[in-house]
Design a protein around this ligand. Structure first.
Ligand code: RVP
Length: 503
């Protein structure tokens, strides 16, 4: 006979936190959001922690190298999407690991025989007026010169003029060589009154550009997350099919942590993938698995050796798995049950396995609730897809700026590896969609939004009398809310002056 759950499946929206005693110590400045990412034994420290409990989703519309750099600078971790070729994904990982604060890989590049017209078109597309001129037009090609808007007059210089005629050519250019530190580069910028300083390798190929305008922002990131070599931390998604080729390439590129990306992780394919990674690389290779929504799923992946377990089926904003297949569980109920299973496993084995609540975060306070219910960190897609750093295009629709956001289960992503069971042959394909293609309101810079989210999170923790995430989990008092009290929670019985209210 089928098993029936006694309680309905609940979402974050159905819960609220009730304040605990806030002492004079409970001020946001005293709160730390440091949290474990990978499993550890009782009394030991986890090999990998994050400084803010936020991860970005393993999705084409969310986590590329740009997002990974932006989020690691703020203390979180991106999992670079795996629904692309192994080479391209490894290249993204390499980009993150090579990133050096203040050293920017040029995204505006042309060749000497391109024309002023090309310069103007590129400037319109990127919004950047400094263009690196390399022999082949590649970001790391041999440096030939630099063009800035001071090198031409749009009204006078004919559009067909080759770049080589008006660029500042290499012999007249002040540039630096590989190995220069950021303070040294900034000194050169000040000394020579430059706006930008190209950095080249021994063969004269362009590596980075250091910009004067970035000088202040370099000091903005106190929570930056790095490895012992001072390189930014990044994660990467894998699947249960090509792991024997993908995992070595990603680890070689420098990925710090992997995560199997699947809509349903309670499967032998996942156990097999974890075993491959652990038997080939030992415990130094870190791998998360999921997604699961109950005790059985968690214990299965824990026994298989997962370093963390991801929780959530069908709660993603772009996800239609529940409608298409009738499987899933309210995100809050899933986290509550898996957190209890994690505790049971910890008491039995002395091994603490972090859990990540993935999907369904709509309001910032949902993050606090997920943590209070036992999640060690949360994974968000829609939240991050709204920012400048996300890969989706920014478009103007009906007078509002929006970003594109599409599910990995949409036909646009063509990520059938995430949804099939691993058993089909090479001809496997996406047979029906489990995700949609959408627009979401554009929200600007990652850091500005994240700072606000973090400050709400810290403030609520103070209300609950908690200065750390484990303390929040221990002390939180959580109540179910009735549908009428949800109405009471928003602005009500007043006429709003602004219709558009953000998160
Ligand atoms: P959200 O933050 O609510 O946008 O949810 C993002 C999560 O949704 C992802 O981390 C992933 O688990 C899930 N996802 C991604 N694609 C799809 C889909 O197409 N169904 N679902």
């Amino acid at each position: 006979m089928a098993y029936y759950y006694e309680r309905p499946s609940r979402t974050f929206n159905e819960f609220l936190l009730v304040p605990g005693l806030t002492t004079k110590q409970h001020i946001p400045g005293n709160v730390t959001l440091r949290t474990p990412v990978t499993k550890f034994k009782r009394g030991e420290q986890p090999a990998l922690t994050m400084n803010v409990p936020l991860a970005s989703s393993i999705m084409q519309a969310v986590s590329d190298a740009n997002m990974a750099i932006g989020l690691a600078k703020c203390g979180g971790i991106s999992f670079i999407y795996g629904s692309q070729s192994i080479e391209k994904q490894a290249e993204m990982v390499r980009r993150v690991k090579k990133f050096k604060a203040g050293f920017v890989m040029s995204d505006s590049n042309l060749k000497p025989d391109d024309t002023l017209q090309d310069v103007l078109a590129l400037k319109a597309r990127t919004g950047h007026s400094t263009i690196a001129i390399t022999e082949d037009g590649a970001p790391n090609g041999k440096l030939a010169g630099i063009v800035t808007s001071r090198d031409y007059r749009e009204s006078r210089t004919p559009l067909s003029t080759p770049v080589s005629e008006f660029m500042t050519p290499l012999p007249s250019l002040i540039y630096a060589e590989e190995g220069i530190t950021l303070p040294e580069a900034n000194d050169m910028i000040w000394e020579h009154k430059l706006n930008s300083l190209p950095v080249v390798d021994r063969d004269g190929c362009l590596l980075y550009v250091v910009f004067r305008k970035d000088y202040d922002s370099q000091k903005e990131y106190p929570l930056e997350l790095h490895d012992e070599n001072k390189q930014l931390i990044t994660g990467a998604g894998i699947n249960t099919r090509d792991y024997a080729q993908r995992v070595p390439a990603l680890l070689e590129a420098g990925a710090d942590v992997l995560c199997i990306d699947s809509s349903d992780g309670y499967s032998e394919w996942q156990a097999e993938t974890i075993r491959f990674v652990k038997s080939t690389y030992g415990e130094k290779a870190k791998i998360g698995a999921g997604n699961v929504v109950d005790r059985d799923g968690f214990l299965y992946l824990a026994e298989a050796g997962a370093d963390f377990v991801k929780v959530g089926i069908g709660g993603g904003s772009i996800c239609i798995t529940r409608e298409q297949k009738g499987i899933g569980r309210g995100q809050a109920s899933a986290v509550i049950e898996v957190a209890a299973a994690r505790q049971e496993y910890y008491e039995k084995t002395g091994i603490y396995i972090p859990i990540c609540s993935d999907g369904g975060i709509v309001h910032d306070y949902h993050i606090t609730l997920a943590l209070a219910m036992g999640a060690d960190f949360v994974m968000l897609g829609r939240y991050f897809a709204r920012f400048d750093e996300a890969p989706g295009r920014k478009l103007l629709v009906n007078g509002n700026f929006v970003k594109e956001y599409w599910g990995e289960g949409s036909s646009r992503a063509r990520n059938w590896q995430r949804y099939d069971f691993g058993g089909a042959g090479k001809e496997a394909k996406l047979e029906f969609e489990e995700g949609v293609d959408s627009f979401i309101p554009y929200a600007g810079r990652l850091k500005d939004n994240l700072d606000l989210t973090v400050s709400k999170l810290k403030s609520t923790m103070c209300n609950c009398g908690a200065l750390t995430i484990p303390e929040l989990q221990e002390k939180a008092k959580i109540t179910l809310v009735s549908s009428t009290s949800i109405v009471e929670g928003g602005a009500h019985d007043v006429m709003l002056k602004e219709q558009e209210r953000s998160n």
